[in-house]
Write a protein that binds this ligand. Structure first.
Ligand code: IMP
Ligand code: MG
Length: 182
C-alpha cells in the first residue's frame, strides 16, 4: 500500500488559497456593506482554515457561529442525502441576521440545500453560502453556491480543513488523492 503522502498532487496551492480568500473577502465586503447584522456560519470541521483566513481579510462587521452536520450512512465518498444536525445554532435573535454559511466544499449539494432550508425555517433574514471548492459534476440536487473559491474536477480532495478519514486537515494546501496508486 503506497503511503497517502506519496499519492497526493497539489490541486490548490497555499498561494492560490490566499488569492482566493482575498477575492472572496472583497466580494463579500461589497455585497454585505449595507447588512449590519451578519453571521458567518462555519460548518465544522472542514471550514475552519478557510473561515479563519476569509474572516481576517473581511472588513464587514460580523459575528461568527458554527454548526456541525453529517450525512446519514456516509462512506468516504458517498452520501445518502439525509442530513443530521450534530451541533445546532441556538439564537433567539436569528430573525435579525443575514447568514453566510462558510463551507469547505459542495459536492452532492445535499448539505447546503438542507442547511439553507433549515436556517430559513428558523427565521433567518437571508441565507447565502460561500464555499471554497465546488464539484458541480457530482451534484445530486441542483444547488448553486453564492460565492465559490474555485471549481474542481471530480477528484477526492483533502487538506486545508478537508479530511480523509479525519486526517490531513492541517495541510496548508488542497491536494487530490491519486486513485491509481493503491
Ligand atoms: P454534499 O452534501 O455532498 O455537498 O457534501 C459536502 C460535504 O461532503 C463536505 O462538507 C465534505 O465534508 C464532504 N466532502 C465532499 N467531497 C469531499 C472531498 O473530496 N474531500 C473531503 N470531503 C468531501
Ligand atoms: Mg464538511
Amino acid at each position: 500500500m503506497t503511503p497517502m503522502t506519496d499519492r497526493l498532487h497539489i490541486l490548490v496551492s497555499a498561494e492560490e488559497l490566499s488569492a482566493i480568500t482575498s477575492r472572496l473577502a472583497a466580494e463579500i465586503d461589497r455585497d454585505y456593506a449595507d447588512h449590519p447584522r451578519m453571521i458567518l456560519l462555519g460548518i465544522l470541521k472542514g471550514s475552519i482554515l478557510f473561515m479563519s483566513d476569509l474572516m481576517k481579510k473581511m472588513k464587514t462587521v460580523c459575528e461568527i457561529d458554527f454548526m456541525k452536520v453529517s450525512s446519514y450512512g456516509r462512506g468516504v465518498r458517498s452520501s445518502t442525502g439525509e442530513v443530521q444536525v450534530i451541533l445546532d445554532l441556538f439564537r433567539e435573535d436569528i430573525r435579525q441576521y443575514d447568514i453566510l454559511i462558510v463551507e469547505d466544499i459542495v459536492d452532492s449539494g445535499h448539505t447546503l440545500t438542507f442547511l439553507t432550508r433549515y436556517l430559513l425555517d428558523k427565521g433567518a433574514k437571508s441565507v447565502r453560502s460561500c464555499v471554497l471548492l465546488d464539484k458541480p459534476s457530482r451534484r445530486e440536487v441542483p444547488y448553486i453556491p453564492d460565492y465559490v473559491g474555485t471549481v474542481i474536477p471530480d477528484e477526492f480532495v483533502l487538506g486545508y480543513g478537508l479530511d480523509y478519514d479525519e486526517k490531513y486537515r492541517n495541510l496548508p494546501y488542497v491536494a487530490a488523492v491519486d486513485q491509481s496508486k493503491n
